[in-house]
Design a protein around this ligand. Structure first.
Ligand SMILES: [Zn+2]
Ligand SMILES: [Zn+2]
Length: 448
């Protein structure tokens, strides 16, 4: 191994105590998206003590900092995600908020402590050209949509997830390449795929007519309108393209058992690996919701919001990740699976505009991501190993006059001419409309 590469890896090992302390601290203080103020403060304090100057998002948690090697070259961004999930059945969830890091994002932050410390070692940037952005980003998980819709209405944010929000603010305008290392799994390995699915988030509100449940003749039951919609959407599934998944939950189904529910809220997601298939399935689902509400004499309001766009990993960058992992662990397992994973990541918002890699670093975890049985048995893999991989990826991209970084960027073809043009396309997918209108003559009009 090159001497400087070894120096960077030693840097991560030298601050293991701080890494593990951060892992335990953030695990014990989980916060869901756009609420990560304690995690933000904890990480910002560490960065400031290391001598970093931070650019804060300000009205939401999160920040970034840029290290300049002083030599021209690409800007490479490394992410760490701040947010937890909510799993009320997880034995270690926060007793009040039910938040828990069952996606292991706390380990990304702890790994970032190692990377940030290493990059401040004397001479750490020697031999590299270009800039390094370290970005602590909120709200990767697409949950608590009603809360986030409120933040949108208040003008605090424009997008449901953090990377889309940061990107819309122009924070990544100068970024040439971006990646993140996500933890999970019990087998030590690095895992790459060609991409992840995207999704549209949907909230459907069914409006009925309330009244005493013992005298329901003139009531309109919004819960039954919602269950009709569930049936209709389920019946549509067999006609969906095979990459499409649709999964709903009912978040409000009535409040008192002796009153007919007149306000029922159903949240759902339409996922797929190609944006055009998502859009096609989405419009069928909206038609089914509208028709089902109308069939009960109810009305409905549908709010659609692009949740995630599909991630298209940069294949050359993915290959470099595998090669870099094998450099650190010559006997390690590096899997480059040329498939689309059905999970999603808001890294997808960047992938039409710049080369990205969503890296999974396995080892040390049991149970399933997002589940109440997720457990970190050995944080080494998700933190120390992740930080080493990040440090060496930066080195490999930016060493030798940033030859490899420049090539990966030059070979990449952005899908849109500008950030503005790209976000105009995304914004067209967001809408809120009443999909059932009862006209004066009694005719029912569906608009979906
Ligand atoms: Zn997750
Ligand atoms: Zn995650």
């Amino acid at each position: 191994m090159e001497k400087h590469a070894a120096y960077l890896l030693e840097g991560v090992d030298a601050c293991k105590d701080a890494i593990f302390a951060a892992e335990r601290h953030i695990w014990s203080h989980p916060e869901s998206g756009y609420r990560e103020w304690k995690t933000h403060k904890y990480m910002a304090d560490i960065f400031e003590n290391l001598g970093y100057e931070l650019t804060l998002a300000g009205n939401i948690p999160g920040f970034y900092t840029v290290l300049d090697t002083g030599r021209p070259g690409p800007t490479v961004c490394v992410f760490a995600e701040l947010d937890s999930l909510i799993n009320e059945n997880h034995p270690e969830c926060d007793p009040e908020t039910k938040a828990v890091h069952s996606c292991g994002h706390h380990m990304q932050c702890a790994g970032m402590v190692g990377l940030a410390t290493t990059l401040k070692r004397p001479g750490a940037l020697d031999g590299m050209s270009g800039k390094i952005m370290l970005c602590l980003v909120p709200a990767e998980e697409l949950i608590e949509i009603e809360y986030r819709q409120k933040l949108i209405e208040q003008g605090t944010i424009k997008y449901l997830t953090g990377k889309a929000e940061f990107m819309s603010r122009g924070y990544f305008d100068d970024v040439d390449i971006a990646f993140l290392v996500h933890a999970g799994g019990d087998t030590p390995l690095v895992y790459l795929s060609d991409g992840n699915c995207g999704s549209i988030s949907k909230q459907a509100v069914f409006h009925g007519v309330a009244g005493h449940a013992a005298f329901p003749e003139n009531n309109i039951n919004a819960l039954y309108a919602a269950t009709q919609a569930l049936s209709a959407c389920n019946a549509l599934r067999e006609g969906f393209k095979e990459d499409i998944r649709w999964h709903p939950i009912v978040t409000e189904g009535g409040s008192a058992v002796n009153a007919t529910p007149d306000h029922v809220v159903m949240e759902s997601m339409v996922r797929g690996s190609a944006l055009q298939n998502i859009i096609a399935a989405n419009s069928r689902i909206n038609r089914a919701i509208a028709g089902s509400a109308a069939s009960m004499g109810a009305t409905a309001t549908i709010s659609d919001q692009i949740g995630y766009t599909p991630v298209d990993d940069d294949l050359a960058l993915n290959q470099l990740v595998c090669d870099t992992y094998k450099e650190i662990f010559p006997d390690g397992i590096a899997i480059n699976n040329h498939a689309y994973l059905s999970g999603s990541s808001d890294l997808g918002f960047l992938s039409p505009m710049l080369p990205v890699s969503q890296i999974s670093s396995g080892g040390g975890c049991s149970g399933d991501l997002h589940s109440s049985n997720f457990k970190v048995n050995d944080p080494t893999f998700g933190t120390v190993v992740a930080a080493k991989l990040e440090a060496l990826l930066l080195w490999n991209l930016l060493k030798d006059d940033a030859q490899l970084g420049k090539k990966i960027r030059a070979d990449f073809k952005p899908q849109y001419a500008s950030r503005e043009e790209y976000f105009q396309v995304l914004d067209k997918l967001n809408s809120t409309k009443n999909v059932v209108t009862v006209q004066e003559n009694g005719d029912i009009l569906l608009s979906c």
